[in-house]
Each structure stands twice: as structure tokens, then as C-alpha cells.
Write a protein that binds this ligand. Structure first.
Ligand code: SME
Length: 174
């Protein structure tokens, strides 16, 4: 979704995020189960965002990031803290936009076709539950508008979801 991309059907439209956010709020209405809500969020993002090769969640379980609901090819199952883009974003407690995954030290290549990546930590009310991870087969696919749009998506998801005790870890106050 770069602003320099000129092909009409490969460009993510930043204006799609308000629609995604309102559709997600509708999907979550009356439902607070974590598995249901993460499954539907990954399906909605796959449906509405063009050009993704993978979108889904890794969740803190037993001190590791463990594969959660996703859309795409089968993926790596467990990621250690501080490893790969996912473990680094989680450890730093910040979203990461990676324009070229091959330039990111320690990138974990679940899918050799992945070229760029965006990871948003899932943090709410003093807990980090895991990360939202998106991959694209094109370099520089994600930009700041995607990061902002997806951070808002994550806020809606987290405000509308209850978690079991065995998912997530406490984080120190920011
Ligand atoms: N590339 C990720 C691993 C997860 S897959 O992209 C689905 C990483 O480096 O953490």
C-alpha cells in the first residue's frame, strides 16, 4: 500500500480502514469470545485488505508466541520473545513496519514469498496478549497509514474481547 504504487488493484486504499473498523465493531457486537473475535478479525482483514499473503495472530501462551487464528498458508507455530519481526515488536511494545523482510535481522521466513511485513502488538489494560501479523509478497507494501489503521483495528478488537487467564502476559506500566 505505498503511495508510489500506481497500479489500481494493488494499492491499498487508506480510506478502507474506517469501513473495516465499522465492520469489525459490527462483527464484535454481542460477542466477546477471544477465539471467535480473532478468527473473524483475521477473515475481515483478509477480505478487505488487498495484496496480503498472510494475516493472523500469535498469542502469548506459556512464555512463547504461539500461532493463533489466521488466514493464509500454514505458518511457523512458535516464536520466542525477541525473535523475528513478531517477537521483536512484542518485546519493544511497538508496531513495526518492515519494508523488506530480508533486511530485518532475524526475520523468520515462514513463507519464502513474503517480502514485507507489519506487526502490531496486542496490548490492553496492562496485558500484552500477543501480536497481529500481516505479510505481503511485495516490498514496501505497508506504510504509516496501514500501521495507524491497524492499530485502530486492534483497539476495537481488544476493547470488545475477553481473554482466558492462560493467554497474555502482564506488561510494566508505559
Ligand atoms: N515473519 C514472522 C514470522 C511469522 S510469519 O510471517 C506468519 C517473523 O519474523 O516474526
Amino acid at each position: 500500500m505505498t503511495s508510489t504504487d500506481t497500479t489500481a488493484d494493488s494499492q491499498a486504499n487508506p480510506s478502507s480502514y474506517p469501513l473495516i473498523q465499522s465492520e469489525l465493531a459490527g462483527l464484535l457486537k454481542g460477542e466477546r469470545d477471544w477465539l471467535v473475535n480473532l478468527a473473524n478479525t483475521s477473515a475481515l482483514l483478509q477480505l478487505r485488505l488487498p495484496g496480503l499473503s498472510w494475516v493472523g495472530f500469535y498469542l502469548w501462551r506459556g512464555g512463547e508466541l504461539v500461532l493463533g487464528p489466521f488466514q493464509g498458508k500454514p505458518a511457523c507455530v512458535r516464536i520466542q520473545r525477541g525473535r523475528g519481526v513478531c517477537g521483536t515488536a512484542a518485546a519493544r511494545r511497538t508496531s513495526l513496519v518492515v519494508p523488506d523482510v530480508h533486511q530485518f535481522p532475524g526475520h523468520i521466513a515462514c513463507d519464502p514469498a513474503a517480502a514485507s511485513e507489519l506487526v502490531v502488538p496486542l496490548e490492553f489494560d496492562g496485558r500484552q496478549f500477543g501480536v497481529l501479523d500481516l505479510d505481503a509478497p511485495v516490498k514496501e507494501w505497508f506504510d504509516a497509514s496501514d500501521r495507524e489503521g491497524l492499530e485502530a483495528v486492534v483497539r476495537i478488537l481488544l476493547q470488545g474481547t475477553n481473554w482466558p487467564e492462560n493467554i497474555g502476559e502482564p506488561v510494566p506500566p508505559a
